[in-house]
Write a protein of this length. Sequence first.
Length: 363
Amino acid sequence: MTRKLLLLPGDGIGPEAMAEVRKLISAMNERFSSGFEVEEGLVGGAAYDAHGQAISDADMAKALAADAVLFGAVGGPKWDGVPYEVRPEAGLLRLRKEMELFANLRPAICYPALAASSSLKQEVVEGLDILIVRELTGGVYFGEPKEIIDLGNGQKRGIDTQVYDTFEIERISGVAFELARTRQNKVCSMEKHNVMKSGVLWKDVVAATHKAKYSDVELTHMLADAGGMQLVRWPKQFDVIVTDNLFGDMLSDVAAMLTGSLGMLPSASLGAPDAKTGSRKALYEPVHGSAPDIAGKGLANPIAMIASFAMCLRYSFSMIAEADRLEAAVAAVLDDGQRTADIMSDGKTQLGTGAMGDAILEK
Ligand code: NAI
Ligand code: MG
């Protein structure tokens, strides 16, 4: 069986982190005949420098043909002045749009070895393992009208519109329920039905989807602001949280800070299952950006990228045992006291990007 991966390392620390995943892929092919067929492409500033576009049509076609895309990070001061349509971020936005990636998965996991050095209370974060499922292609970031109008009296009006249709809520809640079945079987849906019509519809459609197809999963509803509070107060009450694009953007950033460094956080973005094969288009990327302040210095933490690859094994290839082993290897390296600079604390051993990748591979 061949598994087609497209690697888009991007800019800054993106290529440094991706190099560590490439080591893992080669090792899996050599030792376990995992059958990964790897292609490479350019995205972001690197693509702009090569062909004046944030991603070329040829690389976009490769992304659409791949079983999964691994994405590093894009952007940096070098490209601050480039035209808006071809700025580095445009590459990621095009990938999300053309691959129709409507479901963004952001796990918040606190590795036991890091709980003690967390700035939060140890009992709040220790053993934390939650998954935020954010709707990524609808809602207020895309709804029309979206404009600034001149009112003519020295005043202007900024307008964004929150729009959700039934099918969008059905498909995102379906993803959340299905993922919950592989975890603790609990979903909490967050919206603001008390002040938003789209929130009323959201809550109704999630409840109807649950009743029709997923009544074995435990479902609760929470107002999104209260959800933010509960995430900080006692996050371990949650398993899977499903929410819209705007609330998901904020709540996943809040949850991220429960776990330590940006350098630890993976994410996945999934599309709809193909009618014939049942497989989903998918893109996996660390939450962090291109970190120009540390790029080229061998300081980047590769764990976010490696954990994104573990999500790829789990969700695109159903390689559950392999994903578990890779995540366990990360935890074991941390248990041994090995750290990159961003998660360094007293008495631990500091490693560079390559040495951290090697240590994980060794485990
Ligand atoms: P950033 O995530 O690149 O960096 C924020 C801080 O976290 C920096 O101090 C950085 O050194 C540190 N950091 C991030 N990842 C790390 C890692 N793996 N290991 C160790 N330390 C790490 O965000 P920032 O500085 O706001 O943006 C830098 C550039 O990245 C900008 O051009 C921005 O547009 C772009 N960006 C790209 C994203 C993407 O490609 N998806 C996401 C966020 C930002
Ligand atoms: Mg955000």
